[in-house]
Design a protein. Structure first.
Length: 126
């Protein structure tokens, strides 16, 4: 079987309307990253007509740790939309590239303080 890979910027229902990026002699795997002409692409959809939708992705094979306000994959940069579903710590699979990641939720306490009533200040002359 020959599969045609079509580069899109999002979901496209009819891939026959999108130009062919490359044709391959193997069945591409969903959520697998392929390097094509020096650019990383991830398979996001396969239709029944041997057409494959791929999206360009910046993929880092040797990332460092990431620390921030989002549960973000250090490999592909995907920001998980419901990080609370993962719990406080553990391991998970990235929802876009399928890489294994470990995470730990850090809870930071922050206070907002508003004035209500001041004490009376007594002036003392020396």
């Amino acid at each position: 079987m020959r599969y045609t890979l079509h580069h899109t910027e999002g979901y496209v229902k009819d891939l026959t309307t999108v130009p062919v990026l490359v044709t391959v002699d193997f069945k591409p795997e969903l959520y697998t990253v392929y390097k094509i002409q020096g650019v990383d692409y991830i398979v996001t959809w396969l239709d029944s007509g041997f057409r494959v939708q791929v999206n360009e992705v910046v993929y880092n094979e040797n990332p460092g740790n990431y620390s921030g306000y989002d549960l973000e994959c250090p490999y592909c940069g995907y920001k998980h939309t419901n990080p609370e579903e993962f719990g406080d710590s553990g391991e998970a699979e990235c929802g876009r590239c399928g890489s294994d990641i470990s995470f730990e939720r850090e809870i930071i306490c922050h206070y907002t303080v508003s004035p209500v009533k001041s004490v009376d200040v007594v002036l003392v002359e020396a």
